[in-house]
Design a protein around this ligand. Structure first.
Ligand SMILES: [Zn+2]
Length: 148
């Protein structure tokens, strides 16, 4: 870049800067509206996260190809059997928390995952192909995948 091109560039930038300042001056009302709008959008997402993410009402238990739903508000003991009716896992729902009480899988990782109580949390028992997850009713994992 030679000196003349540089000077031209600086002049152009100065013009752009002045125009930008004038634009801001002329659009002060619009910018105020824009800031309020951004604030509202942020507030909406915060509120949504607050009310959606932390208050699931449904326990979804996926076992092989079957999916069953249970209300989180009702205490429940759910025994999970395989096709041959062999007993494998026991899921407990109590006081808005869910955990794997018993499991005869070799690694027992599902039991070690502890208690879950928040939207999106899950317990997985890989050897038995069981996924226990918490959802807001009508808010399926598939919908989540689409949203992301
Ligand atoms: Zn397990």
């Amino acid at each position: 870049m030679n000196a003349r091109a540089f000077i031209t560039l600086v002049q152009e930038l100065t013009v752009i800067k002045v125009k930008f300042k004038q634009t801001i001056k002329n659009n002060r009302a619009n910018i105020t509206i824009l800031i309020i709008l951004i604030f509202l959008i942020v507030a909406f997402f915060l509120a949504r996260n607050f009310f959606w993410s932390d208050t699931p009402d449904t326990v979804v238990i996926q076992h092989n190809d079957s999916i069953k739903e249970y209300p989180l508000s009702e205490d429940n003991d759910i025994a999970i059997m395989d096709i041959l009716n062999n007993y494998h896992n026991l899921v407990i729902i109590k006081d808005g928390k869910v955990w794997m009480e018993k499991a005869d899988c070799p690694d027992k990782l599902c039991m070690k995952q502890g208690k879950i109580s928040k939207e999106g949390q899950s317990i997985v028992c890989l050897p038995h192909k069981i996924i226990v997850s918490l959802r807001k009713k009508g808010h399926s994992p598939e919908m989540d995948a689409v949203a992301k």
